[in-house]
Design a protein around this ligand. Structure first.
Ligand SMILES: NC(=O)c1ccc[n+]([C@@H]2O[C@H](COP(=O)([O-])OP(=O)(O)OC[C@H]3O[C@@H](n4cnc5c(N)ncnc54)[C@H](OP(=O)(O)O)[C@@H]3O)[C@@H](O)[C@H]2O)c1
Length: 245
């Protein structure tokens, strides 16, 4: 009933840190042929060493249309696409009153990267395949501190883009994952030990699930979206219940 990923080719756009690596590992674990991508060959080599030497990996700069088109021409036919590139870390934060047009436009790069990747994938993706996009819980819940309006708008654009395409691209299934706070990703490398510890304590006290998200928990949710043939047009929060607070 559920689609097997054994021998299926899964392309992951943007692979060097916690979330994407966990998704790639999960795909390999269930027997998929994974294609990793990143703008840096060095980071790809590191990812290959961490996951499996059998993995195919190609460079792509998802912010550049030509680079994305060339990437998809190289990889040929495939079954499933997962786009995780361009994390919130790459997006500038600013309170609206001080936000420049450049900052706001840079914030929307995540949408454009997603757009380039999905459009270029259409020539070679299987009709019984799927596309999984990555948005964020920021589309459901803002921050009291502010400064994330452009990021939230970009994540909202990704989510609505995916939901619209679920009809347009059918029978290819299109779903969107909306992560909450996930531990051990690159976002965390910018935090001090005490900030991390405070966040961990907050999660234990405040979240219904009493812990921060783990990359493997997100990867398992992506696997469900890819393999369940009845799921399309879904925007799935994987957030430990933070939107209930
Ligand atoms: N981690 C969380 O708690 C969290 C929460 C909500 C949503 N998300 C979403 O989940 C996704 C993955 O999150 P993350 O924390 O793992 O984000 P991330 O590390 O900041 O970025 C994801 C990946 O995209 C790559 N990338 C960035 N710019 C690229 C480009 N121009 N071309 C190709 N690859 C590029 C990054 O490479 P570099 O590392 O070299 O920049 C990284 O491998 C993102 O869409 C993020 O918005 C994450």
């Amino acid at each position: 009933m559920f689609q097997s990923l054994s021998g299926k080719k899964v392309v992951i756009i943007g692979t060097s840190s916690g979330l994407d690596l966990a998704i790639a590992k999960k795909m390999v674990e269930v027997g998929a042929k994974v294609v990793l991508s990143h703008s840096s060959q060095e980071k790809l080599n590191q990812a290959i060493e961490l996951i499996s030497l059998e993995i195919e990996a190609k460079t792509v700069d998802v912010s550049k249309e030509d680079s994305v088109n060339a990437f998809f021409e190289q990889i040929g036919n495939f079954d499933h696409l997962v786009v995780t590139a361009m994390g919130d870390r790459n997006m500038p934060r600013s309170l609206l009153a001080e936000m420049t047009t450049e900052t706001a436009q840079a914030g929307m790069e995540k949408f454009w990267g997603t757009f380039f990747a999905v459009r270029a994938s259409l020539k070679n993706i299987a009709t019984d395949g799927s596309i999984t996009l990555t948005s964020s819980v920021t589309i459901f819940k803002s921050s009291k501190m502010g400064g994330i309006s452009a990021i939230a708008a970009a994540n909202g654009a990704v989510a609505v883009f995916g939901r619209s395409l679920a009809l347009e691209l059918a029978p290819i299934r299109v779903n969107v994952i909306a992560p909450g706070l996930i531990e051990d990703t690159s976002i965390w490398s910018h935090q001090s030990e005490s900030e991390r510890s405070d966040l961990t304590k907050w999660a234990m006290a405040a979240l219904p699930v009493e812990h921060l998200g783990q990359p493997e928990e997100l990867a398992q949710a992506v696997l469900s979206l890819i393999t369940n043939p009845y799921l399309t047009g879904v925007i799935l929060p994987v957030d430990g219940g933070v939107t209930l607070l």
